[in-house]
Design a protein around this ligand. Structure first.
Ligand code: G6P
Length: 369
């Protein structure tokens, strides 16, 4: 039966508001409170295989590839295994180095994306172990991967991915922690703390959604921006990619994600009066450094919209506007930081009169190469 909008103007908005539920359903069944472990029923990879893994590739397309960037950051940091995150359309053609000590993680909402599937098959042929993070049950990628970690996001109708991405991030959080625990890099006590934070996430997602009207006003304020730059460092940089993509996809605005530290190596030359800078600052270790980059851009005439953690209110002295997100463990900031970007892009698209759910030239699932 066809999904319905349930009173929302568009599927995209409905799906944005489903995120507390989606996050809960992807996380909590895997985090039973009576054992101090993550239970991933569908992952059969043995400890023996895992212990031999010396390299991980995370391969995907579009929004799913940005889950890969977050995954790279998390897995390298907590499990200390080198990770390459790459788009499938590049990975598959460059004779990547794969063997039985390689783990490949493929991420796909549809489970049917042609390039992602081709990358998976290449890896399997070379003897690598493949785990799929997939939303559509029974899809080709879910069948071809050795193991599947399903994202319980339910059907996603809007072309631009929102709830599926948040569910992918949740799956990636779980997988990163699980790998690190199996390798003895995260203790039981540390895990109990992380689990507590994961249980608190759905409520924090709701808190971000409560700001939808404020974000709508900001979207209207900045609707005439000419060039939009999304900048961040570390995990914020990964989140900036998704923010810029959403704006391109549904609002048709030129938007560019940039590593904050690279700004002065080029893009700063493009900053002028009508430019908008979205400064992402939730990766707190690098907060001061990013704020100083934001100041440099502000001084050159751009408008600045910052996304910051609650408690970092002094950023309002630098930015024109600030959206605050609840504090969580550093590993889990990406999900909370991205939601304002979704809402911002949504309301700009609506304000410009575009077809939000079916943006021009784009398809929900790309099954051609
Ligand atoms: C298309 C969709 C995107 C999606 C990408 C990858 O471009 O419009 O929203 O991120 O494909 O799709 P997948 O189903 O593999 O996640």
């Amino acid at each position: 039966k066809a999904a319905r909008k349930e009173g929302f103007d568009h599927y995209m908005l409905k799906e944005i508001f489903e995120q507390p539920k989606v996050v809960k359903e992807t996380l909590t069944p895997r985090l039973p409170l009576d054992v101090d472990d993550i239970v991933l029923d569908d992952i059969n990879m043995s400890k023996e295989v895992l212990e031999k893994i010396n390299k991980i590739y995370i391969v995907a397309c579009g929004t799913a590839s940005y889950t890969g960037l977050v995954g790279k950051y998390l897995i390298e940091r907590v499990a200390r295994i080198p990770v390459v995150a790459e788009v499938a359309s590049e990975f598959r053609y460059r004779e990547p180095i794969l063997d039985e000590n390689t783990l490949m993680i493929v991420v796909s909402q549809s489970g049917e994306t042609a390039d992602t599937l081709a990358a998976l098959r290449l890896a399997k042929k070379a003897g690598a172990y493949v785990i799929g993070i997939v939303n559509v049950v029974g899809s080709t990628i879910s069948r071809d991967a050795d193991d599947v970690l399903y994202t319980w996001a339910g059907p996603e109708i809007a072309v631009a991915s929102t709830k599926a991405y948040s569910a992918q991030l949740c799956a990636m959080y779980l997988l990163s922690i699980k790998i690190a625990m199996e390798l003895g890099k995260i203790s039981k006590d540390e895990f109990v703390e992380l689990r507590k934070e994961l249980y608190a996430l759905p409520e924090k997602v709701s808190k971000v959604l409560e700001q939808a009207d404020t974000i709508k006003n900001l979207a209207n304020k900045y609707i005439n921006s000419k060039n939009v730059f999304y900048i961040g460092r570390g995990l914020d940089y990964a989140v900036s990619m998704e923010g810029a993509l959403k704006l391109k996809e549904i609002a048709y605005l030129h938007a560019e994600p940039y590593a904050a530290g690279e700004l002065k190596h080029g893009p700063i030359a493009l900053i002028e009066d009508k430019s908008l800078l979205v400064g992402l600052t939730a990766h707190e270790e690098l907060y001061e450094k990013t704020v100083s980059n934001i100041k440099e851009v502000k001084a050159r005439g751009a408008n600045v919209l910052a996304i910051a953690l609650e408690g970092n209110e002094e950023i309002s002295k630098t930015a024109d506007d600030v959206i605050y997100i609840p504090r969580t463990h550093w590993m889990f900031t990406s999900i909370l930081e991205n939601i304002p970007q979704q809402i911002f892009a949504y309301y700009i698209s609506v304000g410009l009169g575009h077809d939000v759910d079916k943006p021009r030239n784009l398809a929900k699932s790309v099954t051609v190469e």
